[in-house]
Design a protein around this ligand. Structure first.
Ligand SMILES: [Zn+2]
Ligand SMILES: [Zn+2]
Length: 718
């Protein structure tokens, strides 16, 4: 008898089962658990336990999950303090854990060649026969017109039709962009040189290329080159957002027709099963997806690309709280395959890995179309206010928009705040409207004729009161603007211009955003305005002007990544202008025009900015020059949360002292920057060390109290 640990869906721990035959970790099996048949995955073989165990009922599929993905799941579960089952359920679609046939096969029927129309008596049978002939005597089951459903059954019964093939249904429903720009450009000498460096070794590369430098073309050729050497090779292409990049997906389709699938969290459960199964069978060679795609097992994985690698969406904000990068590096090391991180504004961590020699740097410093980088101008909003203009659009921006539209060009305006205005306050008694559940002011939204107050954290909503609840007067001050107010001002200034607004309020349906982008693309002399939704990867040939309506959003936050993020965002947004034939123009409006950040931005000196940030982080030993873990303590009672946080901190300090680690691992605590959110109080304990392995080891062996959440390498400390 042999014994195995088996993971089940929604069961926290793995349990032991016995088997007469030898099984392998990664096999998919059926077992009896608490008197119910369940499907599980074998995670390890173990010694005979000293308790009685039931036997595995049935082996459903051997080698269901490859060894390196099982190793990855184990690694992630340990590093991020999550159960193995939880990680495995992210790797394997739900249907494979349930007692149903997960893969729906589609049957194609073929007509008997000797059958003639004269042989058939019934008119419907004759019609169906003609229909089948028009289909070259073959029909997919789901393409049989309803009117012929019964006749079809008769034909099958009489063996006029026989099964021609049975295959996994391909997804018509993936909403892939139509193939439009079908030409594949030849690589420029600069792109060819970069490609040569990338394929020269299996070492990880940072591809640092300015916006519009043609990184996508390099990625495609990278895969093509590897595919020429190995026909069955599979490739993973990760990007922060799928909806924004229909052109990119089309480009891959044109080069790798029929071998491309897309993976993102908006896929339906059935679509996931289809794509997943086709990746396993090897039919799909290129999987394009957001961060969740990195966990889709790819048996023949041969290379990985992470585009726009600086994006914070590459961090999983739920358990397991992994960074896509760490999974990529784990898989690359296990499988000895190359990977590329691409960006115009790399993550500080990637910059660091180049400094330490862990990554090779390859650069594309020029734009493909030889268009100069856009001209960036800073508009000082303090001066604008002195002139009495408190509206979102400065005089200068207004003129620039007018002249771009007059040139028959398009305009993109970026404002990272939705709604109509920021906080509201009574003019007389100063009462402000705050959320009942969060330490947040409610934001004013306009919906038709209604004015609403909405919390941007928890979504709580109330009607805007007719008068102040405290002093009953009815005059209010509003701070800040949102996209709705920007839209209103644009309507007043440019009444004839078509406006497209993209934010969480205007985009609610699954394909709303793609439709809106398509409409914008097809509407000359129009304006697209939106929140950070529109910051990533958009590529419109006709956009001549990008206005950043308020660059200050996010800068005030006391977080060591705040400036880095704002810089990346601004540089990305400004990359949207003048990508093809004319030099674009960028106007950046800000109240803090004297910040060094803007000097670097104006000069397109991303390297200068990164080096300055890097020096700062090095001096303060901040990540990536150290590793930080954030331990989150939450409770409905402020006193309880505070007490738990203090106790945890005291115990950690004592344990570090016991183990003589207090010089190497630092423990601190703090309330969250917004202590009350979602009606709960948030406190943090931070562990920081320059030795990542030492910190990980200490954390593995610490007996964590129940209920705390652990975030290793958090996106932010606030
Ligand atoms: Zn009042
Ligand atoms: Zn709230």
């Amino acid at each position: 008898m042999r014994y195995y640990q088996i993971a089940l869906r929604q069961v926290h721990d793995t349990y032991t089962w016995a088997s007469q035959t030898s099984l392998t970790p990664g096999d998919r099996v059926e077992v009896l658990f608490r008197n119910r048949t369940k499907i599980g995955i074998i995670t390890a073989e173990v010694e005979a336990p000293d308790f009685k165990t039931a036997e595995v009922l049935k082996v459903l599929e051997t080698n269901f999950l490859a060894a390196e993905y099982l190793a990855l799941a184990t690694h992630l579960s340990q590093k991020h303090f999550t159960s193995l089952s939880k990680v495995l359920t992210l790797m394997v679609p739900e249907a494979f854990w349930l007692k149903v046939e997960p893969v729906k096969h589609q049957i194609q029927w073929a007509l008997d060649k000797d059958l003639t129309v004269d042989f058939l008596k019934h008119p419907t049978q004759k019609k169906y026969f003609e229909f089948l002939q028009a289909q070259e005597n073959l029909v997919w089951e789901d393409e049989i017109p309803t009117a012929f459903k019964n006749t079809h059954k008769t034909f099958v019964k009489k063996t006029f039709l026989t099964e021609a093939q049975k295959t996994i249904k391909t997804e018509h429903s993936l909403n892939l962009a139509p193939a439009e720009e079908s030409q594949n450009f030849d690589l420029t000498p600069a792109q060819a040189a970069v490609l040569e460096k990338i394929v020269s070794s299996n070492k990880g590369k940072l591809l640092w290329g300015v916006t519009g430098s043609g990184k996508t073309e390099v990625y495609k050729q990278f895969f093509k080159t590897l595919q020429a050497k190995n026909k069955s090779a599979q490739f993973l292409f990760l990007l922060p957002e799928i909806a924004l990049t229909p052109q990119l997906i089309t480009a891959f389709h044109n080069m790798f027709s029929g071998q491309v699938a897309v993976w993102h969290s908006n896929l339906t459960a059935n679509e996931k099963v289809q794509v997943w199964a086709r990746v396993q069978s090897g039919a799909i060679k290129i999987l394009i997806g957001t961060r969740s795609a990195v966990l889709v097992p790819m048996p023949k994985l041969a290379a990985i690309v992470v585009d726009e690698e600086h994006e914070w969406t590459f961090k999983n904000e739920f358990n397991p709280r992994f960074w896509t990068h760490e999974v990529v590096e784990f898989l690359a090391a296990k499988k000895h395959i190359p990977f590329v991180y691409g960006s115009a504004t790399p993550k500080l961590r990637s910059y660091h890995l180049v400094q330490t020699g862990a990554l090779d740097l390859v650069e594309l410093p020029d734009r493909v179309h030889k268009t100069a980088l856009p001209n960036i101008e800073i508009v000082d909003l303090k001066q604008e206010a002195k002139r009495g203009n408190f509206a979102p659009i400065s005089k200068k921006l207004e003129q620039a928009i007018a002249s771009a539209l007059a040139d028959k060009k398009q305009v993109v305006l970026f404002l990272n705040k939705r709604g109509f205005a920021g906080s509201a306050m009574c003019r007389f008694c100063g009462d402000a409207f705050g959320c009942d559940h969060c330490d947040m002011s409610l934001k004013l939204h306009r919906s038709g004729n209604r004015s609403l107050l909405i919390c941007h954290v928890c979504g709580a909503m109330k009607n805007f009161p007719k008068c102040c609840p405290t002093c009953k007067k009815a005059e209010f001050n509003f701070r800040g603007w949102g996209t709705q107010q920007l839209e209103q001002q644009l309507k007043e200034l440019f009444p004839k211009t078509k406006l497209f607004r993209a934010d969480k309020d205007s985009i609610t349906g699954r394909y709303d955003f793609e439709n809106l982008l398509r409409d914008f693309k097809n509407t000359p002399q129009s304006i697209l305005l939106g929140t950070q939704m529109i910051a990533k990867g958009l590529d419109f040939a006709d956009v001549a002007l990008v206005g950043i309506v308020l660059a200050d959003v996010g800068l005030h936050l006391p977080d060591h990544h705040a400036e880095e993020r704002v810089y990346q965002l601004l540089e990305q947004v400004s990359g949207r202008a003048g990508r093809r034939h004319t030099q674009g123009q960028i106007l950046v409006q800000t109240y803090q025009d004297d910040l060094p950040l803007f000097t670097f931005l104006r000069a397109h000196d991303t390297k200068g900015f990164m080096q300055q940030k890097y020096n700062e982080h090095e001096k303060l030993k901040l990540p990536p020059l150290s590793c930080i873990a954030k331990i989150i303590v939450v409770d409905h009672s402020k006193a309880t949360a505070f007490a738990h946080c203090k106790t945890l901190h005291t115990n950690l300090v004592a344990t570090l002292k016991e183990q003589n680690l207090e010089a190497k691992i630092e423990a601190t605590w703090a309330p969250a920057f917004f202590p009350k959110l979602h009606a709960k109080y948030w406190f943090y304990v931070f562990l920081k060390s320059e030795d990542e392995a030492l910190l990980a080891n200490f954390m593995q062996n610490y007996d964590w109290p129940k209920g705390v959440k652990i975030d290793v390498s958090p996106v932010s400390l606030i």
